[in-house]
Design a protein around this ligand. Structure first.
Ligand SMILES: NC(=O)c1ccc[n+]([C@@H]2O[C@H](COP(=O)([O-])OP(=O)(O)OC[C@H]3O[C@@H](n4cnc5c(N)ncnc54)[C@H](O)[C@@H]3O)[C@@H](O)[C@H]2O)c1
Length: 397
């Protein structure tokens, strides 16, 4: 297959930025159909495609219409979280490769539906976790595979992103996050940090996540933000259920622990807080440093002087994917990782092979949201994380 024809479903902020910044810049991709519930978003996308490529795509408000288009090879889902599974299952049933944007699940049943649709149809379904292709995330994966950090014992990360403005403007921007923050309390966005950690720990491939415990702080960030702004006086009367900081501890089958932190409604700098701890060393994102036993011991009491030493390790540990990418020229989207994850998906479609971040990754990573909601409601009690592979994790490569 030389050209991949896609249907793009969900044309909000993310769908449009993928269209403009990536799909329309890839000569081997044709956007054959676009879909959103909002007509103006459909029209904007269709006009853009017409002006760039000279052909107007099929436009629909009902994604089922695209499933019956035989010429469409793959579906890209940029819709809001609650629709990911419905669209992905419909696409698998129609025999179309699926690339789904990231998000968390609302129930475990949703995650099982994904797995069962895949096993019934054999149609690959990929979670587009771009952070798995981040430069440092891949470098640390490479370091772990080379044994530079020893045996991995613990990893942590978070979605540390001040989203107060985006949430507050939800009624203006027609954005789904506002209603989630008003109604739910959970680790609602686990995959940006969990995806790269899961790859490092071999989750679903020789290891698995067994249990989690989640605890939530009170919710004060949104109400304070809204009360301070006259234009939001109506929304300021609402009660937000989503705690400002949600901490989740996951225990894995081989004894490792993972800590995730959702931190989106207090003032702060952006970070994914990616940290990996092994018996021979550590990496930490927030001060961009690598500590390897033996190499740096003399500084361990005055480590602040060594902050930012990641660059010194590039030559030795840069992941081959990034070595090649730097030679070819880094492209757009979150420092280049968006282009990489999307290219990996399209390569799988062209070669009709399995996708690198598969349905078992998608189901297990997304399940954390539903399970954390349960654990928080139970006062932080441990809850079991299902084995979505039904035992195959032991031997899966
Ligand atoms: N990987 C990343 O870095 C990244 C960045 C931003 C957003 N995202 C993800 O992208 C997705 C969309 O986020 P966003 O910020 O663009 O949200 P958004 O609210 O701006 O857009 C979502 C769009 O989906 C549409 N939609 C909802 N249900 C639909 C349906 N049944 N059929 C067709 N369209 C439907 C909505 O009408 C809306 O236009 C989310 O899953 C989000 O987590 C990922």
């Amino acid at each position: 297959m030389d050209k991949v024809k896609i249907g793009l479903i969900g044309l909000g902020a993310r769908g449009m930025s993928l269209l403009k910044g990536i799909f329309l810049k890839m000569d081997d991709i044709e956007v054959a159909a676009v879909c959103d519930l909002y007509e103006d978003r459909c029209n904007e996308a269709a006009e853009l495609i017409k002006s760039e490529r000279g052909v107007k795509p099929t436009v629909t408000k009902d994604y089922h219409d695209i499933m019956s288009m035989p010429e469409v090879d793959a579906i890209v889902i940029g819709a809001s979280w609650v629709e990911h599974t419905n669209i992905a299952v419909a696409a698998m049933e129609a025999g179309k490769y699926v690339a789904s944007e990231v998000g968390g699940a609302y129930s475990l049943q949703e995650c099982w539906r994904l797995v069962e649709a895949y096993e019934r149809t054999n149609t690959p379904c990929m979670i587009m976790e771009n952070c798995c292709y981040g430069r440092d995330e891949l470098m640390v994966l490479n370091m772990v595979e080379m044994g530079a950090l020893g045996e991995i014992v613990h990893a942590s990360g978070g979605y540390h992103h001040d989203l107060r403005q985006e949430i507050a403007e939800g009624n203006i921007n027609r954005h789904y996050r506002l209603n989630n923050y008003l109604n739910r309390n959970c680790e609602n966005y686990p995959t940006h940090e969990l995806g790269p950690i899961a790859k490092i720990l071999g989750i679903n491939r020789g290891n698995r996540m067994l249990t989690l415990q989640s605890v939530s702080s009170k919710a004060r960030g949104m109400s304070t933000y809204l009360q301070d702004r006259e234009e939001h006086s109506e929304l300021a009367k609402s009660t937000f259920m989503q705690g400002d900081i949600v901490t989740t501890i996951i225990k894995c089958a081989h004894g490792e622990t993972i800590t995730l932190t959702l931190d989106t409604t207090l003032p702060r700098f952006y970070s994914r807080g990616f940290t990996v701890r092994g018996t021979k060393g550590m990496y930490t994102e927030d001060n961009r440093s690598i500590f390897i036993e033996g190499q740096h011991d003399e500084f361990h009491h005055s480590w602040k002087d060594q902050w930012g030493n990641v660059e010194q390790h590039r030559e030795q540990y840069e992941h081959p994917i990034w070595q090649k990418y730097l030679e070819e020229g880094v492209k757009s989207g979150h420092g280049g990782m968006d282009w990489l994850v999307i290219s990996a998906f399209f390569n799988s479609v062209k070669q009709q092979t399995e996708v690198p971040l598969d349905v078992y990754d998608m189901a297990s990573w997304m399940s954390i949201s539903a399970l954390s909601e349960e654990s928080i409601a139970l006062g932080g009690q441990p809850v079991a994380i299902p084995d979505f592979t039904n035992g195959r994790w032991i031997n899966r490569k």
